[in-house]
Design a protein around this ligand. Structure first.
Ligand SMILES: [Zn+2]
Length: 363
């Protein structure tokens, strides 16, 4: 598109869940609600427009065995883009993906540095594996390396115990989360079980990933501290398969994973009903494929979240939470156009008609 070409999006522009406009113009990659005077080269796209979708738990540059080469990371990001994901909160990556910031054709990434776990207490090749004495130093390092987030592994299987168990003592978490906040970074943690949650929340954590262990008695604590959750239901769907692999050596762990899976929809619905902010995340990149954002939104609806709220969790609310604009005047033109109203049926997200990133139609 030349500098003077104008893209006209016509139809229903969903600026907010209730705020709808009929026309949007894109001039020099930015959104305008005023028809540009004297525009000659105008291309029109018709449909229902949403802000570029947010995947708040996605890993670019990560594969099943750890870091992947740049060309693989690029394919991951392009797959997300084709699915309409234009803003990613990268929930931990062992690769330096900073080079994507210079690529106008790739989704924008908000990084959390590299996962921080305890020695031999996470998937091999993913995390900095350290002991609690070093937690503050590593959190400070990753806070400086990331884009305002730090990712901890909060719990994982303890092979001696044969079950999920918390990784960090409370004192280490108090000091580390305070240090992240001092450096202007928010902190999130991978948590499957319930027992890691009280200490993380008490220490001031901002968000919990998966949160399958969020039982009724812990929900008020999350509400009181304003802790958000990113359930990643498309990942939790793999728990029975993981559990089957552990039956011989770790039967207690397997049974625990099956229980967490069985009540996953009740967990998410109860959290939502209590007022805990819930955001869309797919956990793509380790073992899951990229591009599952529509499937995750559909899963949140299956869990009982109203469709418009499930949409907000990947659009308006998610962008506000991450400090990025939506379809505001002057914002970068990152949007997705659909054939019908996604508020009426979120399944339309699986079939974007047009994806527009930085004002360019990419698909
Ligand atoms: Zn993850």
């Amino acid at each position: 598109m030349s500098d003077h070409a104008v893209l006209h999006v016509k139809g229903r522009i969903l600026v907010g869940p209730e705020e709808v406009r009929d026309d949007l113009w894109i001039v020099d990659g930015r959104i305008s609600y005023d028809r540009p005077a004297g525009a000659r080269d105008v291309r029109t796209v018709v449909g229902w427009a949403l802000p570029g979708l947010v995947d708040a738990h996605c890993h670019v540059g990560l594969g099943p065995h750890g870091p992947v080469p740049e060309d693989v990371a690029e394919k991951q990001a392009l797959t997300d883009r084709e699915a309409g994901t234009l803003l990613i909160r990268d929930a931990g990556s062992p690769s330096d993906t900073r080079w994507t910031d210079d690529r106008e054709d790739l989704p924008k990434i908000i990084r959390a540095g590299r996962h921080i776990a305890r020695t031999r207490r996470y998937i091999r090749g993913y995390a900095h594996e350290i002991e609690p004495d070093h937690l503050v130093a590593y959190v400070a390092q990753e806070a400086r390396r990331g884009d305002g987030w730090v990712k901890l592994v909060g719990d994982w299987i303890d092979r001696e115990l044969g079950d999920l168990a918390a990784l960090w003592p409370r004192e280490a978490l108090d000091a580390a989360i305070a240090e992240a906040h001092r450096l202007g970074a928010r902190v999130t943690a991978h948590c499957f079980s319930a027992d890691s949650l009280p200490d993380l929340v008490g220490a001031g954590i901002d968000c919990v990933e998966h949160a399958t262990g969020l039982t009724e008695d812990l929900i008020p604590l999350f509400v009181e501290h304003g802790v958000a959750i990113v359930p990643t239901l498309v990942n939790i769907a793999t728990f029975p398969q993981l559990a089957a692999g552990g039956d011989d050596k770790f039967p207690r762990w397997s049974a625990h994973m099956r229980r967490l899976h069985e009540r996953r929809y009740d967990t998410v619905r109860s959290a939502y009903d209590a007022g805990i902010p819930v955001y869309v995340g797919t956990d793509a990149g380790g073992t899951l494929p990229h591009g599952l954002v529509a499937a995750e939104v559909a899963e949140l609806v299956t869990a009982g979240i109203p469709p418009v709220e499930a949409l907000a969790a990947t659009t308006w609310k998610a962008r506000t939470w991450l400090g990025r604009p939506g379809l505001e005047e002057g914002a970068p033109a990152d949007l997705v156009v659909y054939a019908s109203d996604p508020r009426a049926d979120v399944r339309v997200l699986a079939d974007p008609q047009r994806v527009v990133l930085n004002g360019r139609v990419t698909a």
